[in-house]
Design a protein around this ligand. Structure first.
Ligand SMILES: [Zn+2]
Length: 323
């Protein structure tokens, strides 16, 4: 009798221990990779700033917060007659972050043919070849990741499929996106407000950015559960510009609060959902959006939006512009 009780008690005690530790650990973390588009510069510069300043300040923040190597997607045209832009890319790579392809001149695939688009991909390659050192190429990181400008993957099935074949033939993987909160609205706005030394507006930018980030991420995580039937690894679309180094520490805090763990793009996209080709013609959207569309899943209510009008106007010259 006593023996039976003893045997029974051990598993119960173990079960309580396991349950206790699971409770302490909380729900499983969501993995997310950070990706930065439009290097060396998204948006405009504030007065007196250089492109390389933004890269230098941003990689310092990434280092301070121990962020794993994060891809910067480049448009090499921005390097023409601009040695400081090249320096910005070098700073990025020297800090241990890889670079990859975003077309030479940020080409919009909706407005251009398959041939023009493919030419722009190839034209971007020599700079990547030059700047990505052998230790990147030999390791797990390489520049043959492609991010479509504006997330425009093809407005007709014919165009979409042609470029997909081209990318695969040339050894590229598509850098997808599942989280996108319109951060690009904030870089030029911030640069203008810095130039004007408008502290009040910068405070509002900060609050608005974080509110947008939280609202979009919550909605898009929910959307991904609708589209894929489970939690997935995420890829967050960001843009390198004036606001980046200033706001990223707060964004990292927010990601932690929202139960995200930051990983590399390779790790995030090891999730098999990234092998899915929704194969739909569209005017742009995240992978989740396209999968929703291909499965005819309705969008749930409550989709957030950016305060875009205010962001475009803030710290502008106002009436002076019309003179
Ligand atoms: Zn872009």
């Amino acid at each position: 009798m006593a023996r039976t009780r003893k045997i029974g008690a051990v598993p119960v005690f173990l079960a309580m221990l396991v349950a206790g530790s699971a409770l302490a650990a909380g729900p499983a973390k969501l993995k997310v990779a950070l990706t930065f588009d439009d290097l060396p510069l998204n948006g405009t510069l504030s007065q007196g700033a250089k492109q390389s300043d933004y890269a230098r300040d941003t990689v310092a923040v990434l280092k301070k917060h121990r962020i794993p190597p994060s891809y910067g997607f480049i448009n090499a045209k921005k390097l023409e007659r601009n040695p400081d832009a090249a320096l910005g890319l070098k700073i990025w790579v020297d800090a241990g972050h890889p670079l990859a392809n975003h077309t030479y001149d940020h080409l919009d695939f909706i407005k251009n043919s398959v041939e023009q688009f493919q030419r722009e991909i190839v034209r971007n390659e020599p700079v990547l070849e030059l700047l990505m050192p052998p230790e990147f190429a030999m390791g797990q990181f390489n520049w043959r990741w492609f991010r479509y400008p504006y997330l425009h993957e093809g407005d007709t099935l014919e165009k979409r499929r042609a470029v997909r074949v081209f990318l695969a033939t040339n050894g590229y993987r598509i850098a997808q996106t599942t989280l996108d909160f319109g951060d690009y609205f904030y870089n030029s706005a911030h640069a203008r407000c810095v130039t004007k030394q408008d502290a009040e507006s910068i405070r509002w930018l900060r609050e608005s950015y974080l509110a947008d980030a939280r609202a979009f991420m919550r909605y898009q995580v929910k959307l991904s559960r609708d589209a894929f039937g489970r939690d997935i690894n995420h890829v967050l679309l960001l843009h390198l510009g004036s606001f980046s180094s200033h706001i990223l520490p707060d964004l990292f805090k927010l990601l932690k609060e929202e139960n995200f763990e930051i990983v590399t793009l390779e790790e995030a996209q090891s999730d098999p959902i990234y092998d899915i080709d929704p194969d739909v013609a569209d005017r742009g959207g995240t992978l989740t959006d396209l999968v929703m569309k291909s499965k005819n899943i309705p969008w749930p209510p409550g989709e957030p939006s950016n305060p875009s009008e205010r962001l475009l106007a803030i710290c502008g010259d106002g009436p002076l512009d019309s003179h």
